[in-house]
Design a protein around this ligand. Sequence first.
Ligand SMILES: Nc1ncnc2c1ncn2[C@@H]1O[C@H](COP(=O)(O)OP(=O)(O)O)[C@@H](O)[C@H]1O
Ligand SMILES: O=P(O)(O)OC[C@H](O)CO
Length: 498
Amino acid sequence: MLSRSRKAPAILAIDQGTTSSRAMVFDLQGQVAALAQEEFNQIYPRPGWVEHDPEVIWATVLSTARKAIKAGEAKGYEITCLGVTNQRETTLVWDRQTGEPVHNAIVWQDRRTGEACAKLEADGAAAMVAGKTGLVLDPYFSATKIGWILDSVPGARKKAEAGKLAFGTVESFLIWRLTKGKRHITDATNASRTSLYDLEAQGWDSELLRLFNIPRAILPEVVDCAGDLGVADKSVLGKAIPITGSAGDQQAAAIGQACLSPGEMKSTYGTGAFMILNTGGTRVTSQNRLLATTAWRLEGKSAFALEGSVLSAGATIQWLRDGLGLISKASEVEALAASADPDAPVYLVPAFTGLGAPHWKPEARGLITGLTRGAGRAEIARAALESTAFQTHDLLTAMRADGAQTLTLKVDGGMVANAAFLQRLADICDLEVVRPVNTETTAWGAAFLAGLGAGHFASITEAASLWKADQRFAPAADTGWRTRHLAGWADALRRTTM
Ligand SMILES: Nc1ncnc2c1ncn2[C@@H]1O[C@H](COP(=O)(O)OP(=O)(O)O)[C@@H](O)[C@H]1O
Ligand SMILES: O=P(O)(O)OC[C@H](O)CO
């Protein structure tokens, strides 16, 4: 019999995102028991380049995890397991002996390998890459970033070939450090973002490794998203905690949003925006430049998704704050945008680091159209917010052309605190937008996977009973307004990609 004093079990989620690291403790019903978050600096060494300091990533993960564990335990919970989720594609290479990264992390948004991708495209590699990986040739993905590090850091390629260096996306690096170098693994969802992984064969592919010139010795072992993924060492987090879940942040959010059956769809609005459509056990090949990707892998079996990736969503709001100084914090954009002249036809295309799906134009750069003397801060703020809604509309059009029949878009991420944005999203997409009670879907998805791996949940379908809608935003715009606005956006987009 259980003693009455036994503590309630809880799960730690480590969510290492593009702009911040967070750690959350959830109870087994998905209620948040503790949260710690730390933002960190983005490093922009040259236009189009984006890096993170791996030691800052590690330090912020450690400190937020320790704070969340402490706060969770103070509330009477016992942390039984942990799950990791992460900004995907971001590439780290480190020395297996010293544990030191040989270069800063090259972030998913970084465009430095645009020429390498263009060359591969010109050489006719795109069809083979898409066929195996579900991805397009774009600097977004890890393979060309690994190649750049191996060719730019003196001696790195030789060391890599000799098995002295390790590559990992962020979850792989974190698990390696948490387990004190005992596990060099990556889960299948993260592997599916590297351009080196064959989606259906579920493994690293020799032909891809040759194409991108990546030595096999550098790669982690590909594992399921739930199960025994190692143990976080006692010296790291203050107590030994089994690592039992791992997934890239967009896949974790799709699980947190209970997009568990074919046809269910979510969109996450953080630094970028990522729409994921569950396609079940079938890998669908997009005819519209969307990505095919692993949704999860459990007991050796993969489920798949179609994904549309927008490179700049919340990042556009950060640019209003940090680049233009129009606002002093992100939430101020709501009031500023609301004060804009409703008839001013100002459009902003946030191609700061090129355009993602469905355009895939790494060389495109941003622009603002329709400026008059009457346009000011408010009109630019509104155009910035609307740019995310327009980009979502374009993804939705591509998803529908690929056969999606969804009538509802589940949303989450930092931007969904902004109700006016969600209403505009519903208006522009002409689709019901639903915000769940728990908008921390990414961390919850990772916690759920960890709970699954630890045996707290019996199957992935249990995530559905733990999801609840909070607010629904019904489309309310008239057709004339919508047609006019979509035409204005299409015109601005055309100029960007000319
Ligand atoms: N009220 C708001 N309106 C619009 N954007 C917001 C608002 N609050 C936060 N954001 C944006 O949300 C992003 C942070 O979301 P988050 O999901 O934490 O991102 P990430 O996981 O990429 O680090 C930031 O880019 C910020 O500009
Ligand atoms: O850190 P986020 O939430 O912006 O997500 C980044 C994505 O995983 C990049 O593919």
